[in-house]
Design a protein around this ligand. Sequence first.
Ligand code: PLP
Length: 440
Amino acid sequence: MQRDPVSDTIKQYNDYVISSFMKAVQPVVVASAEGCVIHDVSGKDYLDCFAGISVVNAGHCNPKVIAAAKAQMDKLVHCASYIYYSPATGALAEKMAQIMPSPRLRKSFFANGGAEAIEGAMKVARLYSGKHEIISLQASFHGRTWGTLSITGNQGRKKRGGPYASGVAFAPAPYVYRSPWPDDPRRCVDFWSQTLEDIIRFSTAGDVGAFIAEPVMGEGGIIVPPPDYFREIKKVLDRHGILFICDEVKSGFGRTGKMFAIEHFGVEPDILVTAKGIADGFPLAAFTTRDEIAASFKPGDHLSTFGGNPVSCAASLANIEYMLEEHLCEQALEKGAYLMDRLTGLKQAMPSIGEVRGLGLMVGIELVSDCKRTPATAEAEAVRDHCLSNGMLVGVGGVYGNVVRIQPPLVITRPQIDQAVEAINHALEHVQAKQTAIAR
Ligand SMILES: Cc1ncc(COP(=O)(O)O)c(C=O)c1O
């Protein structure tokens, strides 16, 4: 009998793969990809504006990254990089120290995925500070292990998994659009920093080791804090001797127009966590910190069998070199400004667009169904589905599920951005026409 790669794969997924996140896995059976384009097994092309959830920043199957990984694979795939020395792991750690926002962030621990790296960051923060509580943000997302869900501020991600770890308090997200003062970010910042003081005083035992935040909140709905937010928050943290763990899992590696998003905000984190874009699709993650914080790990304290895998590290090194050579950060800044400009242009004619916001090529369109800003969740999903049937991939996120997320590979071209904006425009028109028909 003739086998059909589409129906065969979908059946294998249905029968054998645990895939609970989406109501249904998106109906694209991916065969191959390069740059910003994905090809499915039946030969249809998709413009990828989601980059595998913000991962392939240097483009799918970047030839330089693939060549480095292949060369490493011919020599060594695994050696247990924390038991024996691996040259690729050492070289990447040195490169990470060079690209960090501060020369004091010098030592890296490599893990396999974002959640594992966040767990490690929390562990070292607690060991160094000798304090045990953590403050996180409402609307945050830090992973799907029990520890990272404990510090995730989103019931949608936590439901049916509790109770979670104690010793976690949540501060308000720097979400100006849904704050009491959407037109006054300065007042919002004053309020949020005072609230952080109050939370430390009234909601903790005064034993707070670390504050964790994403510099631009991804899953929460591409929430970009006001420019002075982290400076004011850091003043509070410093008054109380609280470490700042910066979760750059999604925002790192050029995504926002700087190598790390926190560089937009003029503060120095104590621990910086990376994953996703670190190796252009190879599984790798890291936390990077100061010598004295790293030194709080004693023999036996921390290891990961696959962490610092030589192939992933070689790929990551080539990925970072490519980003620097091709000025991908600058490209993201410039292309992101163009994309935001074009999307903002759509807003006039589209009352369902509540806000277009973003930094670099981390862009969100928040959809609302009325002037009270009621989240338009079904509409965001409809936009994603319409885009998909027209050959473009976008994500949906936000605490209310009403934010269309556009996070393409940073190598996207202007004509591809134009194509993306046209597809979004069509999808929004289609969704709006449907809404009007229902209202009649
Ligand atoms: C900000 C942030 N932190 C942590 C994670 C968890 O990363 P991973 O899925 O690699 O465990 C994610 C994943 O989306 C994320 O966006």
